[in-house]
Every structure is written in structure tokens, then in C-alpha cells.
Design a protein around this ligand. Structure first.
Ligand code: TIU
Length: 222
């Protein structure tokens, strides 16, 4: 175990029991014509974190530690898409509609893929999830138990939606959760800041936040 600098206090990084979970770094959230853009968001904010997510992934791979990827997506027949999710708001394209990168947020479509710079390696776990949280309706919990994982380092998008939801699910299940500051982003800078404040307030009620360099240093010396 090695303490690494973090907020609200040092994180006890335990290399025997930690995994990286990269949330939804998909073209649909990062490129024009995808789901994020269809909701009216400026998606250029998301691509800016790709180098920091990439070096965090590389650090876990070099240390021989698990990297788990998630993808928000639905079956082509939409049987796992509740109307409450599909019909929400007034997007230019709804989940399942044909967009410039294929059907929006549908498994197997080009736009649903993880960004090529962050593509999973053969053998890495990829969780397809129909919800915002990665534990809901997925095998993630069983996979983490099998691997005896007790700590999760989080990267990905968006900080206050799928990342925070999954951190809260994980925290309730007993995992120690650490968010990598520069490796997560929101379409709204003020929401990223608020999510981090909520996560770390009250003595780390949901978890910790740390800088990518400090996490990598901890892995290298763990
Ligand atoms: N819209 C938004 O901020 N996020 C999502 O819909 N999904 C994820 O965060 N992955």
C-alpha cells in the first residue's frame, strides 16, 4: 500500500486490488454528429482529455493492472431502452435514430465505438451498459469480485453523469473510489467542479480525487 496525494486526504493505493475504469470514452460523446452533440453540447471539451486518459491507461497497462472500459449503448431492437430515457428532452436525434456515425448509442455502430486512441486491448474487459451507472444491468460487480478488486480509479465522461453515477454505485458496494482529475470532463466546467466538490466533501463521502501524475507515480512505485 502506498499513500498518494489526493483530496480530501491521501489515497491508500493498493496495487494488488486496484483497477482502472474508463467510462464511456466513445465517439458518440466526443465527435460532432453523435449523441452528446445531439443534446446541444459542445463536444470539443471531451476530446481535450484524451491524452491524459491515454497516459493513465498506459500506466495501468505497464504496471500489469486491470483496465476496464465501459460503453453506454443499447441493443438494436431497443429492448433495453426505457421510453423515459429515449423520450427525454428535445434532442436533434434520439437514441436509436440514424445519425452521421450510424444509429445513435446502438451497440456495434461506428459512433458507439470507443475513441481509437483509447481502444481496449485484447483481453481487457469492456462493459456495455444501458444506464448511466456501470453496475446497473451489467456483469461488472461479478467481474470485480472475481478479480478481487477493492479500489477503482475513475476516468472518462461525463464527470457529473456516468462517472459520478458509477462512483456512487461503487461506493455503496464498498469500493474505494478515486477520480483522476484531468482524465474526466463534463460539457459544463461548473458541473465538473461541482461533482468533484460533492464527491470529496464530508470527508470523501463518495471518494477521492487526485492528479494523473500522482496516480502514475503511485503505480510506478506501488
Ligand atoms: N449527457 C451526458 O452528460 N452524459 C451522458 O449522457 N452519458 C455519459 O455521461 N456517459
Amino acid at each position: 500500500m502506498r499513500d498518494i496525494p489526493a483530496s480530501p486526504f491521501a489515497f491508500p493505493l493498493t496495487t494488488e486490488a486496484v483497477a482502472l475504469i474508463v467510462i464511456d470514452m466513445q465517439r458518440d460523446f466526443a465527435e460532432p454528429g453523435g449523441f452528446g452533440a445531439s443534446l446541444g453540447n459542445d463536444v470539443s471539451r471531451i476530446t481535450k482529455i484524451v491524452p491524459d486518459v491515454a497516459r493513465l491507461i498506459e500506466g495501468f497497462r505497464l504496471a500489469g493492472l486491470p483496465v476496464i472500459h465501459t460503453m453506454e449503448c443499447h441493443r438494436p431492437d431497443l429492448s433495453d431502452l426505457p421510453p423515459a430515457k429515449r423520450d427525454r428532452g428535445n434532442p436533434t436525434l434520439r437514441i436509436g435514430d440514424q445519425g452521421p456515425m450510424g444509429r445513435i448509442l446502438i451497440a456495434g455502430e461506428p459512433g458507439t465505438a470507443i475513441l481509437p486512441e483509447l481502444a481496449p486491448l485484447e483481453g481487457e474487459v469492456v462493459i456495455e451498459k444501458p444506464g448511466k451507472g456501470a453496475f446497473y444491468a451489467t456483469p461488472l460487480g461479478e467481474i470485480l469480485k472475481e478479480k478481487a478488486i477493492r479500489q477503482l480509479v475513475f476516468a472518462g465522461v461525463t464527470t457529473e453523469v456516468c462517472v459520478q453515477t458509477t462512483m456512487r454505485e461503487a461506493n455503496d458496494r464498498g469500493y474505494e473510489c478515486l477520480l483522476a482529475d484531468e482524465a474526466t470532463e463534463s460539457y459544463f466546467p461548473e458541473f465538473k467542479a461541482a461533482a468533484i466538490a460533492m464527491i470529496t466533501a464530508q470527508g470523501g463521502i463518495v471518494g477521492w480525487v487526485a492528479r494523473v501524475d500522482d496516480i502514475l507515480e503511485g503505480l510506478a512505485h506501488g
